[in-house]
Design a protein around this ligand. Sequence first.
Ligand SMILES: Cc1cc2nc3c(=O)[nH]c(=O)nc-3n(C[C@H](O)[C@H](O)[C@H](O)COP(=O)(O)OP(=O)(O)OC[C@H]3O[C@@H](n4cnc5c(N)ncnc54)[C@H](O)[C@@H]3O)c2cc1C
Ligand code: FES
Length: 359
Amino acid sequence: MDIESFVLDVVDVVDETADARSISLAVPPGAEEKFAYRPGQFLTVAVPSDLTGVAARCYSLSSSPHDGGPLTVTVKRTAEGYASNWLCDHVEVGGSLRVLPPSGIFSPADLDRELLLFAGGSGVTPIMSIVRTALAHGAGRITVLYANRDEASVIFADELSRLAREHPDRLQVVHWLESVQGLPTAEQMRAVAAQHPAADAFVCGPAPFMKMVTGVLKELEFPRERRHQEKFVSLGGNPFGDVAELRQAEEEIEAAESEEGAEPMLAGPVKLEVELDGETHTFDDWDPKQTMLDFLEAKGVKAPFSCREGECSACAIRLLQGDMRMAHNDVLDEEDLEDGIRLGCQSHPLTDTVKVSYS
Ligand SMILES: Cc1cc2nc3c(=O)[nH]c(=O)nc-3n(C[C@H](O)[C@H](O)[C@H](O)COP(=O)(O)OP(=O)(O)OC[C@H]3O[C@@H](n4cnc5c(N)ncnc54)[C@H](O)[C@@H]3O)c2cc1C
Ligand code: FES
């Protein structure tokens, strides 16, 4: 089965800072439903490459899904990076980009709740989408702590100031400049977070910043369901490519792992119940050799995914009953696993019945 990608026209390109550009894309007529998104979700972009054909990279949407505008991603150049520099150098109005529809779980379940948003550098992109959307369609207070190297590297500085002026009772933006205040410390971030103990917290930025802030949130006993983080990593594989090749690679990994003494596969068939987009799908013929994502696709269920390699969490589900093991996992931590979160693209059943939810 081919993975459904779409070619979107570039309708605007804006330089946000010296090394970050926003690229706006028009949704093709008829594909509106596929491109409906929640604030905080991302697109997977196929960046052309002479070397590999395609370099697939995820970019969070900075636009709001509710303002009727085009889809906008904001790309910051990574030093020595291939795709980010290609996008900043080559994308022009009138051109086009091939993308996979929006994906991801870094999104508030309730826009009316109080939100506490920590962003570092380009990590502001999904945070911006959440701010724009929650101000227009939510009711809670929003605090943004936004850390940057220096003033020149602050993306969306003017818009954040404007929004804070327009919504003084709802939005507070605290800028943190390394050039002025030094690197933010755990103690300083704790002082900010402690003022908002009931908020839904979102963290996106460089790895050390995220580790420090999520550590602080844990210490302050923010429960797991109110602590969200988005890791900006480059995909190793190519979800635009030949799925058969990817599956063969997955099977090879699985075979190697079972030789290394991983838990043996069930004989099957396995019963699977899946809650997705308000519907419940029930099957009783899941072959344990298939990943959950492959099985659902074979059954015609449009389950979310992006990398298919355990690297992005677009396919994350919550276990409601039974257990599954993953062939590969680069994104979920111990606590996620204890909370029953699994990656559908990597999961094989360990029990005769499995129930999961995508919400
Ligand atoms: C969910 C998610 C959301 C994200 N959102 C954003 C966002 O909003 N904004 C943002 O800026 N970033 C975002 N990122 C990060 C983004 O996906 C990339 O990781 C980032 O832009 C760096 O990619 P890069 O190719 O420039 O750098 P690197 O990945 O560091 O580039 C080096 C890699 O490219 C390969 N390479 C080198 N030359 C070539 C070539 N000619 N052809 C093919 N491959 C080559 C190398 O082998 C090496 O693996 C997000 C990531 C995730 C997972
Ligand atoms: S699709 Fe990326 S982790 Fe499963």
